[in-house]
Design a protein around this ligand. Structure first.
Ligand code: HEM
Length: 113
């Protein structure tokens, strides 16, 4: 169970790297968000849910309010990413919002004990 949790954390962080890398790339090119941005946002949500399942199954305890806030912010990240992908012409503010919400969630993860 512990090794599964560690693998999921690595996937969770990798999804964040893919998302932020995609945001920076498309902001620099002034192009609509690519599949990496939407995929990274969806993977963050998916691996987050799986992490919670592993913590519950292993009786390791979860911080309910923190998970609730992270899920809401992750949903906002995914919504902004989808909007940034569909926008024609490209909408830079949607891309900035995607990256900013993702960083907010990373801060919540790291700073909320
Ligand atoms: C944009 C979305 C997200 C970002 C940027 C993000 C970021 C992070 C980061 C940086 C960590 C590792 C740091 C730490 O553990 O203190 C982490 C851990 C974690 N995240 Fe997320 N997260 C996101 C979405 C979610 C969602 C939606 C859930 C749950 C539904 C979730 C559940 C967790 C859990 C349970 C851990 C801790 C795992 C452990 O310590 O065993 N995350 N997240």
């Amino acid at each position: 169970m512990e090794s599964l949790r560690l693998v999921l954390i690595v996937c969770h962080i990798a999804a964040l790297v893919v998302l932020l890398g995609g945001v920076v790339y498309h902001l620099a090119r002034r192009s609509p968000a690519g599949p990496a941005v939407v995929g990274g946002a969806a993977a963050l949500l998916g691996t987050g849910v799986l992490l919670v399942a592993v913590l519950v199954a292993g009786d390791l305890g979860i911080n309910g309010p923190k998970i609730g806030v992270k899920t809401a912010v992750a949903a906002a990240v995914l919504g902004c990413a989808v909007a940034a992908r569909r926008a024609v012409p490209p909408r830079q503010p949607m891309m900035y919002a995607t990256g900013a919400f993702a960083l907010v969630n990373a801060a919540v993860a790291a700073l909320w004990a």
